[in-house]
Design a protein around this ligand. Structure first.
Ligand SMILES: Nc1nc2c(ncn2[C@@H]2O[C@H](COP(=O)(O)OP(=O)(O)OP(=O)(O)O)[C@@H](O)[C@H]2O)c(=O)[nH]1
Ligand SMILES: [Zn+2]
Length: 191
């Protein structure tokens, strides 16, 4: 991303919305916005192999591994407004497991671009599946869309839940149910 060019576009935008880009509070705003967009869309400039950084380990674990409540911040591709929420990822390993932080990094890798929630969910599931050759993968994202809250239909409390299930999570009802019940259970353990 050419930040200087983006900053110039933001300056034009400020003028179009009736602002004075030269007033004190706004002088540095185009650069700030360019920096912010560079971060929020940084997924485009990364590759999955670098994100995972070979953090794949041999393991004979053959039960379900779940990482729950991973924060998601993304931008909807229709309005370029944020949607945010949590992702839950579960998989059943077949000899190899992922470094646990990499699940959250995979979420960020796909979230930091223009997205729709369904595609984001599918991409995360596919990436985990392919990274470790899992027996099965399930991903659930629950999110709120600012484009539905601040504008448009103006519904403040509705959320959207999307899921993607691959392999045994797709084929085996008991596996899917175990995943859903584990991500919905609340423990007494507080961190
Ligand atoms: N399925 C899905 N829809 C999304 C997502 N993010 C935004 N949308 C929807 O994309 C649709 C775009 O609809 P349009 O009618 O083209 O745009 P709009 O006139 O701005 O629509 P409103 O939001 O209803 O005012 C809206 O229904 C949004 O709620 C997403 O992640 N998944
Ligand atoms: Zn939107």
């Amino acid at each position: 991303m050419n930040k200087e060019r983006v900053a110039n576009l933001i300056k034009e935008l400020l003028i179009e919305i009736g602002e004075d880009p030269d007033r004190e509070g706004l002088v540095k705003t185009p650069q700030r916005v360019a920096e912010a967009y560079s971060f929020l869309t940084s997924g485009y400039g990364m590759d999955l192999k670098t994100v995972i950084n070979d953090a794949i380990f041999e393991s004979d674990a053959n039960n379900m591994i779940i990482s729950r409540d991973i924060e998601v911040f993304s931008l909807c591709e229709h309005h370029m407004l944020p949607f945010y929420g949590v992702a839950h990822i579960g998989y059943i390993a077949e000899g190899r497991v992922l470094g646990v932080s990499k699940l959250a990094r995979i979420v960020d890798f796909y979230a930091r671009r223009l997205q729709i929630q369904e595609r984001l969910t599918n991409q995360i599931a596919r990436a985990v599946m392919d990274a470790v050759g899992a027996e099965g993968v399930g991903v659930v994202i629950e999110a709120r869309h600012m484009c539905m809250m601040m504008r448009g239909v103006e519904k403040l409390n509705s959320s959207m839940i999307t899921s993607s299930v691959l392999g045994s999570f797709h084929n085996d009802l008991a596996t899917r149910e175990e995943f859903m019940s584990l991500i919905n259970s609340r423990s007494n353990f507080s961190i």
